[in-house]
Write a protein that binds this ligand. Structure first.
Ligand SMILES: NC(=O)c1ccc[n+]([C@@H]2O[C@H](COP(=O)([O-])OP(=O)(O)OC[C@H]3O[C@@H](n4cnc5c(N)ncnc54)[C@H](O)[C@@H]3O)[C@@H](O)[C@H]2O)c1
Length: 393
């Protein structure tokens, strides 16, 4: 049986281990490999890369794997491993991906692809120039709730979509009397942290793929909790934004408003919830759930502050059934990307799409700092210096 080698860098981290190794690559191994369009299968062979040999050995032994190393250059020099996958902290990503592109590897990476739009676009350019395949995670699109929303949009349920309101977030403990449930680097700007950098990279592909191209962004960020305690119990200044209140104008006129916060207590059914209102109907979707209210079943409230409310508005909504089994989104994305590498299957979530996500974060932060709305022009992979020269520019 054919197999494909995958260098997995940062595999000891939260995302690298749980989502990419265990739930994706090992799950694909267990099912006998990735299924191609001709019915054949290609098995996956991971090479674990990280900074601690001891942790890597432990992981390899636990999962019956043979390849691991602390030497990235060594891994990149191995022709049996044509794919490089990156789950490092964001700050360390660009340098590692640059090396992998130079070594001729196909690239698959966590988001955000870089800390700056310039670097993200440069990665897209280098990858195109090298003629390699490249992909960026876009996991939120595979959440069962968002899959059901996509089905509703495709069916024409909404009519014209007017607005989208989203709430994402939960309370992330400060780390003093209860340990924080997210890594501390997320709360330090100097280490690549921040709500905008983390979540706008997601919101970009979610909005683009469900509602259309984003034409402008207005955001207000906040650092609600200015001091936190790290993994060792040491106090640090939380220099990054821990909340972002954003408004995105989408082509066609849909207005999307998203609140993202790690300093909010959950009073909704799920950790993320979007309400979509259209001329013909509305929907409220979460990670899993999706309920709708069509135009012809919409109640007619009348504002009257003198009377207590007797109508149960929540009861007016209809739950949308699953109608299909939903697999882990990270695994589905991996299979999609591997088919793109192995049989040139169509694929649009590339480093340029990743760069648009980084641009949204960058412009979101700029909008907040300057207190103004920022227009976003379409993005293309820039020409290289020799190409510009040949074009006489
Ligand atoms: N798609 C998603 O839903 C999602 C969710 C959370 C995080 N992420 C992204 O995944 C990436 C990893 O996040 P995480 O939460 O797993 O973080 P983590 O801190 O748990 O893991 C980071 C990994 O990078 C390694 N690392 C840290 N500093 C390094 C350095 N200087 N050089 C080389 N390696 C280094 C660590 O050893 C670890 O393996 C981030 O880019 C983050 O934005 C994505």
């Amino acid at each position: 049986m054919q197999s494909i080698g995958i260098i997995m860098n940062g595999v000891t981290g939260r995302m690298g281990y749980r989502q990419h190794l265990v739930r994706s690559i090992l799950a694909i191994r267990e099912q006998g490999g990735v299924l191609l369009s001709d019915g054949s299968r290609v098995q996956v062979e991971p090479m674990l890369v990280g900074r601690s040999e001891e942790k890597l050995r432990e992981l390899a032994e636990k999962h019956g794997l043979t390849h691991y190393t602390t030497d990235l250059d060594d891994a990149l020099a191995n022709p049996d491993f044509p794919v490089y996958a990156d789950f490092l902290v964001t700050k360390a990503r660009v340098a590692a991906i640059r090396k992998a592109i130079a070594a001729g590897k196909h690239i698959y990476t966590e988001k955000p692809t870089a800390e700056s739009f310039e670097d993200a676009l440069e990665l897209a350019r280098l990858a195109d120039q090298a003629g390699i395949k490249h992909g960026v995670v876009h996991d939120k699109l595979y959440l069962p709730g968002l899959q059901k929303l996509k089905r509703l949009i495709d069916s024409g349920f909404f009519g014209r979509i007017l607005s989208v309101r989203g709430e994402f977030g939960y309370w992330v403990f400060e780390g003093d009397w209860q340990p924080a449930q997210r890594p501390s680097w997320n709360y330090r700007a100097e280490d690549g942290g921040g709500m905008v950098s983390d979540m706008f990279a997601h919101w970009n592909y979610v909005i683009e793929n469900l509602f259309g191209r984003i034409e402008s962004v207005y955001a207000q960020t906040a650092t609600h909790i200015p001091e936190r305690w790290d993994e060792k119990g040491e106090r640090y200044d939380a220099t990054a934004d821990d909340a972002a209140y954003g408004i995105f104008e989408v082509e066609g006129g849909t207005l999307v408003q998203l609140n993202s916060s790690w300093a909010v207590r959950v009073n909704r059914k799920e950790l993320v919830e979007f309400q979509v209102d259209g001329t013909l109907g509305s929907a409220v979707v979460g990670l899993f759930g999706c309920k709708i209210q069509p135009r012809n079943a919409t109640p007619k409230p009348v504002w009257n502050p003198d009377l207590p409310e007797t109508h149960d508005y929540a009861a007016d909504w209809i739950e949308v059934p699953d109608n299909e089994a939903h697999e882990n989104g990270f695994k589905v994305q991996w299979e999609q990307f591997l088919r793109h590498v192995l049989e040139d299957a169509p694929y649009s979530f590339d480093l340029l799409a990743g760069a648009r996500g980084v641009r949204l974060s960058e412009e979101g932060l700029r909008s907040s700092a300057e207190g103004r709305r920022i227009t976003l022009e379409p993005v293309e992979v820039p020409a290289s210096a020799p190409e510009l020269q040949a074009a006489g520019r």
